[in-house]
Design a binder for this molecule. Sequence first.
Ligand code: UDP
Ligand code: MG
Length: 321
Amino acid sequence: MKKKVSIVVPCYNEEDNIEEFYCRLSDTISKVKSDFDWELIFVDDGSRDNTLQKILDLYNKDKRIKIIEFSRNFGKEIALTAGLDYATGDVVIPIDADLQDPPEVILRLLEKCQEGFDIVNAKRATRTGDSLLKKFFAALFYKTINILSDIEIPSNVGDFRLISRDALEALKKLKERRRFMKGLFAWIGFKSTYITYNHEPRFKGKSHWNFMKLVNLALEGITSFSIKPLKIATYMGLLISSLSFIYVLYIIIKTLIYGNPVKGYPSLIVVILFLGGVQLISLGILGEYIGRIYEEVKQRPLYIVKNYYNDNRANQGKHYR
Ligand code: UDP
Ligand code: MG
């Protein structure tokens, strides 16, 4: 029996990229077409431009295409999750629509998979698509998260990879709302390997990630995969209390010997500001976690699908599962 490959493409305002992406993807597919069945799942993540129409045009021409249309923009991690939920293939490959992950690399992912790996990561050998600053912060982030969390998150691996059905089923069991996909992929384990590729500049348009969004994603990653920041707050508290205790002894003894000439405004203000800062940071860390607990307990659905266009052309549009 032929293996089925599902390609999952999250798209948000990618009207200028869709056609070129599809051309390069179907060229690639046609090279190995006879070996596999294909399913192309486009997730329209609430685009405000013509992205959906562009995908629908392709859908009407190509039987392999399925479309998940979200009711609004839910963000890339959620769009990817939806695509993975709907995928029916034996192996699944998430890929960006902006051609930063060259579709041709899919062939190499499939080759590696034949060797019996469950997960084949695509590692960015070069990041010609990214600025120097972004590269610097990316490196800093991977360093930090790998110190803080117990699982090893491979650096310079985005969401572009190949996942087997077994690994996918495991991944689907992770139901958390805040989804840091790179971490979740690493968490499930399985036999994995990687290939390297050149991460290219965007074909058209600009990245949806600005600096703050990336900082938030980094926070997401750290809080989803480590509770060490809470511990750091505790240790900071312990350290400062011990230091304060020594300082208290010093002041008492000094006052007993030399009296109290009521000086010491600078030291007082320094201590107050420092302690205030430490307390605010600790509260902030607590808040980050509590906020996430709150979101989890609400148990809202991860995403809302407005329309689903599948291979049953007669039954397209609305769908209730
Ligand atoms: N994307 C999405 N929802 C969003 C933001 C992005 O589905 O809210 C998609 C986007 O269309 C692209 C992929 O996620 O296919 C990667 O986005 P982008 O290129 O902006 O990120 P970068 O490559 O700069 O990390
Ligand atoms: Mg991109």
